[in-house]
Design a protein around this ligand. Sequence first.
Ligand SMILES: Nc1ncnc2c1ncn2[C@@H]1O[C@H](COP(=O)(O)OP(=O)(O)OP(=O)(O)O)[C@@H](O)[C@H]1O
Ligand SMILES: [Mg+2]
Length: 303
Amino acid sequence: MTIMRHDPNHQHCNHVDPGRELIHVDCASHIYPDGSVGIHEMCFHVMKDEIVALCGPNGSGKSTLIEHLNGLLLPSEGDIVINGRSIARGERADLWKEVGVVFQRSEDQLFAPTVLDDVMFGPLNLGLSPEEAKAEAMKALEAVGAADLVHKLPNYLSGGQKRLVSIAGILAMKPRIIALDEPTSDLDPVHSAMIERLIIEFKRRFGISVVIATHDLELAARIADRVCLVRNGAIYAEGSPREVFYDTALIEEAGLKLPDTVMTWLEYCRGIGMVSNEQPLTRTELVTLLEKSAGNGNGKSLG
Ligand SMILES: Nc1ncnc2c1ncn2[C@@H]1O[C@H](COP(=O)(O)OP(=O)(O)OP(=O)(O)O)[C@@H](O)[C@H]1O
Ligand SMILES: [Mg+2]
């Protein structure tokens, strides 16, 4: 795993693999008008065909970073390069076609009189005819399980329904990268599972790279190719979910708690005095190992 500590003498972040980098956040800082630091000398990248999870405590800079990815916020220092286009060089036009952002607060996203108008807005702006835009909007609403909301007024939707409609609005545009800020907050378990499946499908079926900011570390553990721990406006450490979530000291330093699955496994091993090299991340992996351990009469030689 790479523990990233930014060298203050270094003004740029290294390209990891320029040929595959869709997003390159180059030492970017953002200071809000009231002086609050949103992000600070942030180095971050997203590759083609990658799901990246941003995990960090409240106020660590996840939303600020995400709002830079479609040009909604501009860095005070440094640069954001999206698919070779540099924000610092002013190459911002139509960035929304490249990166679709689902905001943390759905109220910031929904504005049209009806749900259908809202989800059709993106496809219409991409130049589709009203009939084509409506078909895309309906497909997207069906994909997120919200087709029954089509004629409702966005203002009168519940928090979870607003989130589903926001996701549909971005999905309908089929951008190259989708960034979702807290995609499962406010959702019931059925809709959360639907969104989780969709995120995996974005990548597998459409080759869309996905960034999620989430406090749901179980979700990050299940679906992310790479986890970036955000602390004080910068990426503090990053690696595969297994590397990151089994580094208990690192998770504590980052101000987070271990995912339940990890904690349960470590406590179980400690409880029966078992030393194991296994590192389950999903409930299925955990149950399989617990069954194996039970089959061994709680033997102490797993892994
Ligand atoms: N519009 C704003 N004006 C001033 N300060 C802001 C604004 N938005 C965010 N901040 C500050 O920037 C810092 C980073 O906030 P941000 O919303 O990016 O964190 P976050 O990691 O998304 O947190 P959360 O997990 O609570 O969503 C915080 O200190 C926050 O108070
Ligand atoms: Mg946030």
